[in-house]
Design a protein around this ligand. Structure first.
Ligand SMILES: *Cc1c(COP(=O)(O)O)cnc(C)c1O
Length: 428
């Protein structure tokens, strides 16, 4: 559920008209709903109220300081994948003691920084990494808290580029080797084994792979608790959102109207699915949601520049490109497109919506039946709050878009549009 809907013929974010936003701040622009983000966080937190838990928001989904601050104020922890993300979390007022550090390639500088800041746990992806952290911690006269990431070898049934929990993926330690890894790491002087972690993939829309993974790995977690006294089990992130139909799924009524078999995963269903097994463990449970928290809390606004009628089809050329939102090009991500001015509903045509970048992959939608929005009008690409701005680049020397946070009837710029001077500021 989310706070984007048509009111008085125009698309709104909460009580702010997105047409006004486009006119005032220009396009492309990312717009986020503070109350949607908070609602998602609070619903997840409430669904897990029965057990000792901590939400570790996956910063890479959307790392704007204002987003992090909002979550830090709610008491969220943070799952980081770089020293840069830790820096952001601290600047936003997040607590390093609630941070977990993931990723297969942590550098010495990142490990030192995280040790200085006193993070909660390094989520370690190989025995080689554990050995290296042990060396660095030893040099600093510290003991590093670590958890291994186990690769449970379950099929997340999601796009191959965002599936991470199969043996052929680069992530984690093979389920078959994990106990030996703990045994050997327990001999290291400057690491302390404090947890176990897994993350099977992203954008999962059914609960069964989560249950399968939790059931497969829980006995291991219990054994590690008994043997090494680990205190937490992180079950990762990956809860999916509704990309299609994105606008309709704003409302509770849409969810209620879905056949039970077809209804996408809700956070309550997710919690109910994994809780029974987790409760028995008596461990602190960590969750690392990214997309679920911010995905449909954001849209990207872009203006139609040209309509180009080719012999095969009509192209609508817009002022945002794959450098601003890369998900369609990178992994066939779907972002529902809706005109900001509410369409009458009777003028759909078949079109490609494309950006200005010199790449064939620079499209947002191909062969789509969409309202025939005119040149000069503004459209919204829905569900762009996660892996949108954070994956944006300056390709084609295009400035990064502006980011705006809406709270009720207030809109605030939370990141200025990059200027041309910003673009070249670090160059000789
Ligand atoms: C990316 C990532 C997440 C978040 O995934 P979502 O699908 O956005 O919930 C969680 N944990 C780890 C280790 C990740 O790499």
């Amino acid at each position: 559920m989310h706070s984007f809907e048509y009111k008085n013929g125009s698309l709104h974010c909460e009580d702010v008209n997105l047409q006004d936003i486009a006119e005032q701040y220009g396009t492309p622009a990312y717009v986020y709903s503070a109350n949607t983000i908070l609602d998602h966080y609070r619903r997840l937190d409430a669904a897990l109220a029965e057990i000792d838990h901590c939400v570790e928001y996956a910063v890479k989904a959307n790392s704007n300081l204002s987003v992090l601050r909002l979550l830090a104020e709610e008491g969220s922890g943070f799952d980081i994948v770089s020293g840069g993300e830790l820096f952001r979390v601290i600047k936003a007022g997040g607590d390093p003691k609630k941070c977990t550090f993931a990723g297969v390639g942590k550098t010495r500088a990142e490990i030192e920084y995280a040790l200085e800041q006193g993070i909660y746990s390094f989520n370690v992806e190989s025995e080689e990494e554990a050995a290296f952290i042990n060396v660095v911690a030893g040099e600093m006269g510290k003991v590093a808290p670590i958890a291994f990431r186990v690769n449970p070898n379950v099929d997340a049934k999601t796009h191959k580029y965002i599936s991470t929990g199969k043996s052929e993926n680069k992530f984690g330690v093979d389920f078959a080797y994990i106990e030996a890894a703990y045994e050997r790491a327990s001999q290291l002087e400057n690491v302390k084994l404090i947890g176990l972690q897994m993350h099977i993939g992203s954008q999962l829309t059914s609960v069964s792979p989560f249950i399968e993974a939790v059931e497969k790995v829980s006995p291991l977690a219990a054994k590690l608790k008994a043997t090494y006294g680990i205190e937490f089990f992180s079950i990762g992130g990956g809860v999916g959102i509704v990309y299609d139909p994105a606008l309709e799924s704003a409302k509770p009524e849409w969810w209620a109207a879905q056949e039970e078999e077809q209804r996408p995963l809700t956070i309550e269903e997710y919690a109910a699915g994994v809780l029974p097994k987790l409760k028995e463990l008596g461990l602190k449970i960590l969750l690392e949601p990214g997309r679920y928290i911010v995905g449909n809390a954001g849209v990207m606004l872009t203006q139609c520049l040209y309509e180009k009628k080719g012999s095969a089809k009509t192209f609508k050329v817009v002022d945002a490109g794959m450098n601003d939102l890369i998900r369609p090009a990178l992994y066939e991500g779907h972002h529902e497109i809706v005109p900001v001015a509410q369409p009458a509903g009777d003028d759909n045509i078949k079109m490609d919506v494309v950006g200005p970048i010199c790449e064939t992959g620079d499209f947002f939608m191909q062969n789509a039946e969409l309202p025939n929005f005119p040149v000069g009008s503004v459209i919204a690409l829905l569900s762009s709050g996660a892996y949108g701005f954070t994956m944006a680049s300056n390709y084609n020397t295009r400035p990064m878009p502006v980011e705006i946070m809406v709270d009720g009837d207030q809109a605030k710029v939370i990141r200025k549009r990059q200027s041309l001077d910003d673009l070249i500021a670090a160059e000789l």
